[in-house]
Design a protein around this ligand. Sequence first.
Ligand SMILES: [Zn+2]
Length: 309
Amino acid sequence: MVIETEMNVLAGGVSWVDLNFLDRPHAIATAVIRGAGSVALIDPGPSTCLDTLELGLESRGLRFDDVTHLLLTHIHLDHAGATGTIVRRHPHVKVFVHEKGAPHVLDPSKLVASASRLYGDQMDRLWGVIEAVPHDHLIVLSGGEQVDAGGRTFEVAYTPGHASHHVSYFDRSSGVAFVGDTAGVCVDGGYVLPPTPPPDIDVELWHGSVARLERWAPQTLFLTHFGPVDNPHPHLQALIDNLETMSGIVRRRLAEPGPDEEKATRFAEDVTRELRRQMNEPQVASYLAAAPPELLWLGLARYWKKKTG
Ligand SMILES: [Zn+2]
């Protein structure tokens, strides 16, 4: 039992590693799927966490050389920043990615430029090296297919809303759906926070993606931020409720007079206060590392400005 807890086991052959992002536990998780002759990682995380990921593999008796597939839910740097570095060091690894994300792993320059506008001089501290993935390593997805990796078959669904190139993976044999950011951020069963950073938040598409996850009827949702959720339906309902609340607040405040920067600061303070009301300080720190509240405002503000022209 102790060993299972340390190994973070979800099901036979399915476990996860806490990447301890920025020395914070419960901020970013990588799922490890092992089966006959194949090891798959879902969302390998940023390259600043590669040493931690390697230690996590070693504690399972695995090495990076055993990894055959990387399944990306989407290409944001906290989920997939290390992809190119892993592939260059281990040239037999194949990478699954949605067709809208593929151009940006082949050439990350636009992705890096866009992230640099958000994170400024923190880019290197947060994400480290970001390398291109050579073309012949990519397996491009559009959603609706089945893919074999980690000794099992995953169903793939296109789940936009958080990102326009987001997919989710369902392992029907274990009942676990690996949903990236589509089911929000939830640390230790606390507040279900919709991560809404720029540039392509779409609240309506997000609703459709949640309905798509419900149709799988998974026993467990696996969130990159952070870990397994064993009661998918109430969790997804809370996500939708909180997305509607946050989105409504941003819409109303955008219509009020005053500079956007002040509104963003006030919104971030409100979100942080709500998290502190419900959780202890280390837990709040994990949320803030996974979903900085100023960025949540920016993503929703961009959505409403685009929508209302
Ligand atoms: Zn993301």
